[in-house]
Design a binder for this molecule. Structure first.
Ligand code: PEP
Ligand code: CO
Length: 473
């Protein structure tokens, strides 16, 4: 296929460009040692899995599948524990079940895990009580404790991050192979928390009906026998993280026997963040050359011209399944910011090197993208006490608006992206659990952005199923 050619690109060609958010390591020699070590280690994922995900995303671009992406804002090395990993899988699985049933579409499950260790920050430094230290850039770079030694960028953390990603993924694969998602484990399919008293009565009744129908459908599947249960519960999880630390990413970017081009084999779906997606910057240079499907975060200030120019560079062949555009505009910004972008992508001139595809032909106009809504990053709030939080109702509002705006533009909202955890944290306000501002300090564990807790995440899936499905009937 002609789209496999990447002119004048190498896994290290990004070094010729300016990298936003790049880490200044004090010890260059230690960086080289860490990168060499990373290069020598076996990959975390295979090119076959990466290509499989790309083909699923291509289906989702046509409206035949829906993408659910979720996990921590910043994954912590210390959270590489059986209980934490299992509960993250459980919530994603339960959400996907609600979505499959509500949307009547297969769901592609993508975790923000097994490598989500690097964080962009709006400020290079942090000051507390008169002391200024480097900001915390994620466990791949430095440590969260507010001490000079902990905040010093340490290249060996790239190797530690990689090892922890490997252990995380190993456990995830074992859980799945071992029947984690099997229907005979009823605890994974129990969605009864919706009986919680703080839901409005009408909504509670509706969610109870949804839950009952879902359970009946599952029981029915079970009655049909092992084969159909296997089909229903043959669960695949893919991994994703922000491709921020390009030393880490490029050290594991390699050619694969019998395939063309280079693959980033640290993850299936790396994404480029809102702060690093400059057209001329190092990150876009790196991303344009890899064969993985890639996510691109876009905020409310993105212009239509910039977005189309970005697509020209990142997907000149208009390859199906290649681009996931994750809009994160905020409930108050989306109505103004999103429609011009939807129209621009929908009506763009064909990509510079767009090719005909068997059975599809050459597109007359427009670009192939999967539109995904991230209702987290445009809705950050700081309380009077200085706590970073988000309001559940604003997230819902953004998703509902996104759905309507896509429908009006004739485009498809094909997925959602959340910061969430399977734990019982108190980081976001609202939802059926009734978390108030005063509750935030009860169990606030995230070192970066606030995450939906288990109940809020599951409720979110119900809300989406209700809005985007035709009701669960
Ligand atoms: C994130 O997803 O944690 C993040 C930093 O997002 P964005 O690039 O959209 O701000
Ligand atoms: Co975040």
């Amino acid at each position: 296929m002609p789209w496999r050619v990447e002119p004048e690109w190498s896994p290290e060609s990004w070094k010729q460009r300016i990298a936003a958010q790049q880490v200044l390591y004090p010890d260059r020699l230690a960086v080289d040692t860490a990168v060499e070590k990373l290069r020598s280690l076996p990959p975390l994922v295979t090119s076959g899995e990466v290509e499989k995900l790309k083909s699923l995303i291509a289906d989702a671009q046509e409206g035949h599948r829906f993408l659910l992406q979720g996990g921590d804002c910043a994954e912590a090395l210390a959270d590489c524990r059986a209980d934490v990993i299992a509960s993250k899988l459980k919530i994603l699985l339960q959400m996907s079940l609600v979505l499959v049933h509500g949307l009547r579409k297969p769901v592609i499950r993508v975790g923000r895990f097994a490598g989500q260790y690097a964080k962009p920050r709006s400020s290079l430094t942090e000051t507390r009580d008169g002391l200024t230290l480097p900001s915390y850039f994620g466990d791949l770079v430095n440590r969260v404790d507010f001490e000079a030694e902990a905040r010093k960028p340490d290249p060996h953390l790239m190797v530690r991050g990689y090892q922890h990603a490997a252990m995380t993924l190993n456990f995830i694969r074992s859980l799945i192979d071992g029947g984690f998602a099997d229907l005979h484990h009823p605890e994974y399919w129990d969605l009864r928390f919706m009986e919680h008293a703080s839901l409005p009565e009408s909504l509670r009744a509706e969610y109870q009906t949804m839950t009952r129908q879902l359970s009946e459908a599952l029981r029915f599947m079970e009655l049909l026998g092992e084969k159909s249960v296997d089909d229903l519960t043959r669960v695949e999880f893919f991994t994703s993280h922000e491709g921020l630390n390009l030393l880490y990413e490029s050290a594991q970017t390699r050619r694969v026997p019998r395939r063309e081009g280079f693959y980033n084999l640290t993850t299936h779906l790396p994404w480029v963040g809102e702060r690093t997606r400059s057209l001329t910057g190092a990150h876009v240079e790196y991303f344009r050359g890899i064969r993985n499907p890639i996510g691109v975060k876009i905020g409310a200030k993105t212009t239509p011209a910039d977005l189309v120019a970005l697509l020209d560079v990142l997907n000149p062949w208009d390859e199906p399944g290649r681009i996931v555009l994750i809009h994160r505009m905020g409930a108050s910004g989306i109505a103004q910011a999103l429609p011009p972008l939807l129209r621009a992508v929908r009506d763009a001139a064909p990509a510079p090197s767009a090719v005909s595809e068997p059975g599809r032909g050459r597109p007359a106009q427009g670009r192939r993208v999967l539109w995904v809504c991230d209702p987290m990053h445009g809705n950050s709030l700081t309380t009077a006490d200085g706590i970073k939080t988000r309001d559940f109702s604003q997230m819902i509002e953004e998703i509902e608006q996104a759905f309507d705006l896509h429908r009006q533009a004739g485009t498809i909202l094909g997925g959602v992206h959340f910061e969430l955890t399977g734990e019982d944290v108190t980081e976001c306000i609202g939802g059926a659990g009734g978390i108030r501002e005063a509750d935030l300090t009860t169990n606030y564990a995230s070192p970066c952005d606030p995450r939906l807790n288990y109940h809020q995440a599951l409720e979110m899936a119900f809300v989406i199923a209700r809005k985007m499905g035709n009701g669960i009937a």
